[in-house]
Write a protein that binds this ligand. Sequence first.
Ligand code: TRP
Length: 337
Amino acid sequence: MSFQRVFSGIQPTADSFHLGNYFGALKHWVRIQNSGVETVYAVVDLHSITVEAQQDPKQLRRRTLVSYAQLIAMGVDPQKSVLFVQSHVPEHTQLAWVLQCITGFGEAGRMTQFKDKSGKEGTDHTSVGLFTYPVLMAADILLYRATGVPVGEDQRQHLELTRDLAQRFNTRFKKTFIVPEPLIQKATAKFVDLQNPTGKMSKSAQTDGGMINVLDDPKQISKRIKSAVTDNEGVVRFDRANQPGVTNLLSILGAVTGRDPESLVADYDGKGYGALKGDVADAVVGEFEPIATRTRELLDDPAELERLMALGAGRARDIAAPILKAAYDAVGFVGIQ
Ligand code: TRP
């Protein structure tokens, strides 16, 4: 199936994207863009204030800029793609309201991510925004009449809701929205914590040393990879169950080189883990160092960054405003010239 317009978003919740974001999502964004499809990508800052722990204005500002700059540094071309910051386009919250009014309370309450997150926080500390978050996500997508939405498996249910809302709106009022298809990215590789290879590599990992960020200092990246926990077998095999650390290193190398990680095993015949670690370190540094450098250059030129954000926001609004207007008309809001 070919997709006329692809939309995706990423939250600015960290000071750097990590290895998993890059290989699991962002590289695909660039690939789709370069395949000639019309692509619309957003740094979804509105989504990032749903929990109090993330409501730090200085931090949000910094993370939004660093996320935007990194996307460009990774190859999202602000000329080819529409690349914007969600809060610059007020149509998102405007459409979200309308969609909230056709979403069932129970329907929103069944979102497993909401249940997980609100369970952790307790209802007194759970914001209404966390509850309606998937509806805002639906607005993001429907506002661009996106046909395809690349997301991870964790967002599948939110995409289902988006499809349901599009269909419901279209039948209740007037055919206005396109029902989008999820483009679920099969985790090419699931990366695990370098220090604790039975746990997922994530921001919330217990040890910092288990994680690789795109903007990390190259020396630190090397050091972390070289001190990754392996095992005592001394033979490189692709065996997730028995050699999770070594398998993780092969997966990382596979992701960077574009080769099947199992086929890399042969290269380490008769060699120890040191050789593998060295190659992984060089490969990852080779991939991330230019991105980090370019990101810093962009951040050092705030005027240029702002010009690009304004360009992206303008192009996003050119698409979104008429579609919001169509939705408003369909609902029966009285228009004025
Ligand atoms: N909810 C997504 C996440 O946490 C981010 C997101 C917001 C998104 N709006 C979107 C993804 C629209 C795809 C399309 O990963």
